[in-house]
Design a binder for this molecule. Structure first.
Ligand code: ADP
Ligand code: ADP
Length: 234
């Protein structure tokens, strides 16, 4: 069983009178090769769901599998969450968090290098993605020299470079113009198809919403799926 499977996931912050259920019995399936949107107002539970998916916080109840790994099953967790996060999940955060003392290429090449891929090949993979994201001319620049949009594209390259089975993207296109936002969605869709990646994109960005075949909405910790009729992106 691959992709992302969530069944009956709940998360409660606090106890007793101050308990807040940020997620209430969430069910979600993202197949390998699929890119789904996740949309909800502030305070609806998006961050909590993304952090649960990224194995950054533990849910209170429920079951979750990513790729071949069972991450949670009512209290049961995989032993090496760090290795899981490094090898199996590609994170694309809103704030790019690039490493300031590495140039753009090495920021992207670092993860494959850490995974044991030879440096030259790691850098080649990084350059291929930087080219696909139209930021190859900044390959030798330091992160502080980049514009916000360029930093974001480098962060996207870094999230994709290890071809993880799962990618979690939080507002990946927010600082980008229409053309670049659509280019990023094309790359995510191509990656998903080519490498059977399951991708979740949290977004408010009206420009990219029509690209999703399926969207999950979240409100007060409850998710529901929008019917895919009329959606299409091929
Ligand atoms: P979103 O990302 O959609 O803004 P969050 O997942 O951050 O939503 O928050 C969902 C709900 O859980 C909100 O009511 C929020 O106040 C609450 N919440 C989030 N994190 C915590 C926390 N660490 N402790 C207590 N309550 C929290
Ligand atoms: P975002 O929507 O970007 O997550 P938030 O303001 O919702 O920003 O949350 C910022 C941080 O504060 C998150 O780590 C979240 O878990 C935490 N947080 C949110 N609401 C609460 C709360 N009611 N009590 C404690 N921590 C909270």
């Amino acid at each position: 069983k691959r992709g992302i499977h969530i069944e009956g996931l709940s998360k409660c912050y606090g106890k007793g009178d101050t308990a807040v259920y940020a997620l209430k019995d969430v069910n979600m399936v993202v197949a390998p090769g699929e890119v789904v949107g996740l949309i909800g107002p502030s305070g609806s539970g998006k961050s909590t769901l993304l952090k649960s998916l990224g194995a950054v916080i533990s849910p209170t109840a429920g079951r979750m599998t990513l790729g071949d790994d069972v991450i949670y099953d009512n209290g049961w967790k995989v032993k090496d969450l760090r290795a899981l996060r490094r090898d199996k999940i590609g994170f694309v955060f809103q704030a790019p968090y690039l490493i300031p003392f590495l140039d753009v290429t090495d920021n992207v090449a670092l993860l494959p290098m850490l995974a044991g891929i030879p440096n030259a090949e790691s850098r080649q993979r990084a350059l291929n993605l930087l080219t696909a994201l139209d930021v190859q001319h900044r390959a030798k620049a330091m992160p502080s020299q980049l514009s916000g949009g360029e930093q974001q594209r480098v962060a996207i390259a870094r999230g994709l470079v290890n071809r993880p089975p799962v990618i979690l993207a939080d507002e990946p296109t927010a600082p980008l113009d229409s053309e670049r936002a659509m280019a990023v969605m094309c790359i995510l869709n191509d990656m998903a198809k080519k490498f059977e990646t399951a991708i979740i994109v949290v977004t408010h960005d009206e420009k990219i919403i029509p690209t999703f075949k399926r969207i999950y909405h979240i409100r007060d910790g409850v998710t529901y799926e929008e019917a895919g009729e009329g959606r299409g992106y091929d």
